[in-house]
Design a protein. Structure first.
Length: 540
């Protein structure tokens, strides 16, 4: 091939550059077994893309220069001419390379008496590079487990000892004998150190979902997974002698006390053992979320996390709102036909989990809000600390009703029914929120004996924290206020607030960091810390 090279503006020169098919002048050695490296000398070898021996593909090992490269004899190779190929053509050697098929030979003195599962094992010998597989077969078994080959050369092989079923096993090698895959005679019987995990913990007290439980024992670092009645547990810490895990929750667990099998899975998931058949897991009859903290919509707060769902227990970042309430973002102001009355289908309404938020009004009050209570609230929340309209969660200056319909009732402790309920929340005896313990009295506008006739789509701090905060003044204060949360079904809130109730729950407000936004009277940079108690099952 001739290539014309133009250089400079006034002069022209011609250089001859020749790119051709490969040529093979010599190769060495002229015979060898599988795994043998062959040095080939010739020309135009830089651009070689493949090699073969006797029409069986060989491995390109190294291109040393344009006149020298190395190839390796691959498995199932046959004697024949060496061929090298580039984009312009293929060259063959004048003479053949003779493939030999020796069996691997092991130096017995290199074999240890004991090996540990998962550890590396070095075995010396000759013709070891012909090995294609290393199989460990447990005593009494007819099939073996293939070991990972770490490295391989003519005089040694390094493998990772695989899982085997018992503490004794033999090792065999597989290799190509020129006709088929052959297997060596079993190498001597190894003692396999399996180091099964052993649990020394004997007492299993009652636990609640979400608790962290500690197991003691030996070789606990071999455990790959723990399951309670088939449900995987999150392992939080793990050493040889100690393991901690979180007791999971699952829809398959019934409310109340469950006696469930606790199982450990080990040896890369191959073996398992039941630790106890009666692991006592208590599932509360209500969701309890402790020390939740969310912020108002102020764009100068350190954490733009403003939306909380009592159903999931998640405090959602403002940037997640469009996924949290995809129906509202899709329809914008058309989500409601009136305050707390949806204008979407039942399935669309049910696809959004209930959530609420706190916001700071310009009048100087902090209030809890239903997403569907106002079409001008959500547009005040921003996804990042920036005042630009495109960063509003709803879109630029967009009015937007949220989808879920909620109302709130401040539990005035001066009323006996409220005070009794507040006492149960304080002393931890509120164990159940269901239709039996909190029946709905539609005609009396009551739920569980609590008067809800004054249910509102928002309640502000002058109601749930009277006299504590002043308009225009920053203040951090501990609060002890209780609010009933009512979540309505797809029909929303009617004129009778005791109709269409889907679930209820209770908020215990514990702390408010009352902070003003940008030196205004609006406390929209405030944070609220609270506990949440929420009904697990819908009213029937």
């Amino acid at each position: 091939m001739w290539v014309l090279l133009l250089t400079g503006c006034d002069t022209t020169s011609i250089d001859e550059i020749f790119d051709g098919i490969p040529t093979i002048e010599t190769f060495f050695p002229t015979e060898g077994s599988i795994g043998t490296e062959i040095t080939v000398k010739g020309s135009n070898l830089d651009d070689v893309v493949s090699a073969s021996i006797g029409e069986v593909q060989a491995e390109l090992v190294e291109k040393i220069s344009d006149t020298q490269l190395k190839i390796r004899v691959s498995g199932h190779a046959q004697s024949g001419k060496i061929a090298l190929k580039n984009s312009l053509g293929t060259a063959e050697s004048d003479t053949i390379f003779t493939v030999t098929y020796p069996a691997p030979s092991v130096l017995n003195q290199s074999i240890p008496d004991e090996v540990e599962m998962g550890n590396k094992l070095l075995i010396n010998g000759s013709h070891m590079n012909v090995i294609s597989k290393a199989l460990f077969t447990a005593e009494g078994q007819t099939s073996g487990h293939e070991a990972e080959v770490i490295s391989l050369s003519d005089n040694e092989i390094v493998v990772k000892v695989p899982y085997v079923e018992s503490d004794k096993a033999t090792l065999t090698f597989s290799y190509f004998n020129g006709t088929e895959q052959a297997t060596t005679e079993p190498i001597k019987m190894f003692v396999i150190k399996r180091y099964q995990p052993v649990i020394s913990t004997v007492e299993f007290p009652q636990v609640t979902v979400g608790d962290v439980f500690t197991l003691k024992g030996s070789y606990l670092n071999k455990i790959n997974e723990l399951k309670i009645a088939g449900v995987s547990c999150v392992i939080t810490s793990q050493t040889e002698n100690s393991l901690q895990f979180v007791v999971p929750t699952s829809d398959t667990f019934k409310d109340g006390l469950n006696y469930l099998p606790l199982t450990m899975i080990y040896f890369e998931g191959v073996e398992s053992k039941v630790i106890t058949e009666a692991f006592k897991v208590y599932v509360p009859y209500l969701y309890t979320w402790k020390d939740v903290k969310i912020w108002g919509q102020g764009r100068d707060v350190e954490n733009l996390t403003s939306f909380f769902s009592p159903e999931t227990g998640i405090a959602y970042a403002n940037s997640a709102w469009r996924e949290l309430d995809a129906i509202s973002f899709k329809y914008q102001n058309a989500t409601c036909s009136a305050k707390n009355v949806p204008a979407v289908t039942e399935s669309e309404y049910n696809s959004v989990v209930p959530y609420f938020f706190f916001s700071g009004a310009s009048a100087g009050t902090l209030q809890i809000n239903s997403p569907a209570g106002s079409n001008s609230q959500l547009r005040n929340f921003y996804m990042i600390n920036n005042s630009a309209d495109q960063y509003r969660v709803t879109g630029a200056k967009a009015n937007c009703y949220g989808t879920p319909c909620l109302s709130f009732v401040y539990l005035d402790p001066s009323k006996s029914a409220n005070n009794e309920l507040i006492g149960k929340i304080k002393n931890g005896s509120l164990q159940t929120i269901d239709e039996h313990n909190f029946p709905i009295d539609v005609s009396g506008n009551k739920v569980g004996g609590i008067d809800i006739s004054g249910a509102r789509q928002s309640v502000n701090n002058s109601i749930f924290a009277p006299g504590i905060f002043s308009v225009g003044t920053n203040k951090n204060a501990d609060i002890d206020a209780y609010i009933m949360v009512i979540y309505y079904d797809y029909r929303g809130q009617s004129t009778n607030p005791a109709e269409h109730i889907r679930r209820i729950g209770f908020i215990h407000i514990k702390n408010i960091d009352f902070r003003l936004y940008n030196n205004t009277k609006a406390p929209s940079s405030s944070s609220v810390t609270f506990d949440m108690y929420w009904m697990k099952h819908n009213y029937k």
